[in-house]
Ligand binder design. Structure first.
Ligand code: NDP
Length: 271
């Protein structure tokens, strides 16, 4: 019987996941299809999944926390991260995984350095900060407002608000050195904002080895600034690809080789 998969989100029309997964199914000769499903209320994710009778799904903004609550069984990392972006049906139970963070880890592997400054303190920053620290990176978080930083600080991460770093700069205190600076905010997604005040970015970027944005599809103001300061840059396409490969392995119980999946998905994304 044909297997069926979908991505849930709000909005979801922009998602490239159907293109990636369908290309991999075709390349491997698997009788399966992957579609999109707009979901207004995260609380209805579980019933919608069962009503559609699908075999697995990806979940995007803003339902990754709701997806965690929808699962019968959670992968230990997804539980720690507090967010699920991949659902797999097994024996009529729903299993939840987080492939965003391991996908990000693979995407930054080519860049040298272990000191990472994450701009933002939302859901993606949380799962990413945890996996980076577990892998040996030294992670600092910089966020616009205080509220979301408190759980990171309680977990032992170094945290700063924009205001703290601005006052350090105006007191001529040197800022710490970071190898990789990563935009994990939504600044630049649908607007022209930098993810942090220009003064801060112009102080930290010149000392870095590379700047990465997890937004893809266009050059964000953050990456444009990094490029103008002569730094190597990368956008979120590689993370998108890598999280998709890991999700595909979960959907198909690791039965297919990564290189065929990767070639098909890269082709679909024209990477
Ligand atoms: P959340 O809504 O959980 O967090 C948003 C964060 O962005 C908060 O820290 C918020 O700060 C900050 N922020 C929002 N607007 C601004 C602004 N104008 N200036 C400075 N900070 C701002 O988002 P997610 O973690 O779910 O997603 C973050 C981004 O990552 C999105 O753009 C999403 O599209 C992208 N993404 C890409 C993936 C990929 O595969 N490439 C995978 C997953 C996500 P505050 O706390 O002050 O409000």
């Amino acid at each position: 019987m044909r297997s069926r998969y979908a991505i849930f989100g709000n909005p979801v029309s922009h998602s490239l996941s159907p293109r990636m997964h369908n290309a991999a199914f075709r390349a491997l000769g698997i009788d399966a299809c992957y579609g999109r499903r707009h979901l207004a209320e995260g609380a209805r994710l579980r019933e919608t999944f069962w009503a559609l009778g699908i075999d697995g799904a990806n979940v995007t903004v803003p339902h990754k926390e709701a997806a965690l609550a929808a699962c019968d069984l959670l992968d230990p990392f997804a539980q720690k991260a507090g967010a699920v972006n991949t659902l797999v049906r097994r024996d009529n139970t729903l299993h939840g995984y987080n492939t965003d963070a391991p996908g990000f880890l693979k995407a930054i592997a080519p860049f040298a350095g272990t000191r990472v400054l994450l701009l933002g303190a939302g859901g993606t920053a949380r799962s990413t900060a945890i996996i980076l620290r577990e892998t040996g990176y030294d992670v600092t978080l910089l966020n616009r407002s205080e509220a979301r930083l408190s759980t990171f600080a309680a977990d032992g991460f170094t945290t700063h608000t924009h205001a703290t770093l601005l006052s350090a700069l105006s007191a001529s205190e040197p800022l710490a050195h970071y190898d990789l600076i990563v935009n994990m905010t939504s600044a630049g997604l649908n607007d022209h904002h930098l993810p942090a005040p220009r003064t801060i970015l112009e102080a930290v970027i010149p000392q870095s080895t590379a700047c990465i944005d997890i937004i893809y599809g266009h050059e964000t103001p953050f990456l444009a600034l990094a490029r103008s300061l002569g730094k190597p840059t990368a956008n979120g396409e590689e993370m998108l690809l890598q999280q998709g490969i890991i999700a595909f392995h979960f959907f198909t119980d690791n039965r297919y080789p990564s290189d065929t999946i990767e070639t098909a998905m890269r082709g679909a994304l024209a990477l």
